[in-house]
Ligand binder design. Sequence first.
Ligand SMILES: Cc1cc2nc3c(=O)[nH]c(=O)nc-3n(C[C@H](O)[C@H](O)[C@H](O)COP(=O)(O)OP(=O)(O)OC[C@H]3O[C@@H](n4cnc5c(N)ncnc54)[C@H](O)[C@@H]3O)c2cc1C
Length: 363
Amino acid sequence: MKTETLTLTRAPREFQGMNLHPSAFILPPLSGDMKGVDDAMPIGANLRGQLRHNEPMARHVSWRAGGIADCAYSPVDLADLRGFLRTLPADDPVYFVGLGSNLLVRDGGLRGSVVFTHRALRQLRLDAADNEIYAEAGVASPKVARFAALHRLVGAEFLAGIPGTVGGALAMNAGCYGGETWDIVARVHTIDRAGQLHERTPAQYKIAYRTVHLKAEGGRRKAGEIHPSSLILHPSEEWFVAATFRLASGSGEESRGRIKELLERRIAGQPLDQPNAGSVFRNPKGDHAARLIEACGLKGRVIGGAMISPKHANFIVNLGGAQAADIEALIELAQSAVKERFGIKLEREVKIIGEAIGERREA
Ligand SMILES: Cc1cc2nc3c(=O)[nH]c(=O)nc-3n(C[C@H](O)[C@H](O)[C@H](O)COP(=O)(O)OP(=O)(O)OC[C@H]3O[C@@H](n4cnc5c(N)ncnc54)[C@H](O)[C@@H]3O)c2cc1C
């Protein structure tokens, strides 16, 4: 049994030295009561990772707020992950979490299991003959950008500005400054609830601005595999374990220059010195969520320990000790103000999971 702690106390190595402010990754030190729920649990002879019960998710999301997860598993590698998924009852909810940079767990906590990818799925390699990079889901996106530039491959620079994992970037179709993750995907590798691995192409997904769904295979519905309300597979049925990115040959120096410029623009325009989860809302067609929220006079509005950033109105920051409910209340406030003033429904980009306090349903 591996006893390595999951706690991050500073920015992951791949984010250091990049002029990217590490605050989004700095986790508070463990308090005495957190240590009490932190014991590693033995989970069977064949599994080598670490299972924790009652894991505080504030330690694993960049907002540094939110409730606990009933179970959290940190596999050591892909084989171990496959083994873990096979131990789970078929109806137990499972959530994959990368660096938690787009995620909030409500204060009442999360039933089911969380799987952390960033300590396990870390392979990153070059296939120079095909201008391809293979990156496992736990690799930090900025690392892929720098690796590509190092090998004189261009087109992945935008990933330098996205402080999550490759898995999170695939799930969100993350992007910035004109680039989107799926623009450069040649194929992906996924895992399902039964621990089976699949290789898939972009054509098998419905891909749009910050959303990605696996299309139903052949349009056939299989019990338990397809979300009843749609013809697309429910995202919780299959997860990304790796991607192969296809890039173009170019100048590594120019690529590094673009990365530097992109990071400088981010530092100038975003409140990176306070815990946040990037842009809270998707930009509505032809407009900017930040402009709409600012026009409603909401910059600097505080609820509990959370605030709509005075620097960038599409960011909500944790001033210290924010509850997930404070953040969610600001989200709802912005949505209702923008709807009332402009008639526009702001769609959330950040994912909110789990139960509010008092909502807990006993099994
Ligand atoms: C300062 C800051 C700036 C940001 N700027 C941008 C930006 O410019 N553009 C942008 O698009 N985003 C941005 N983000 C948001 C975030 O970084 C991206 O969405 C990122 O891709 C999320 O990756 P993650 O590993 O942190 O995912 P998480 O937050 O851990 O998870 C996000 C979602 O992806 C799912 N997921 C994670 N891993 C997997 C997997 N392996 N398989 C399937 N599903 C998975 C989770 O279940 C969850 O639904 C920013 C965030 C911050 C804090």
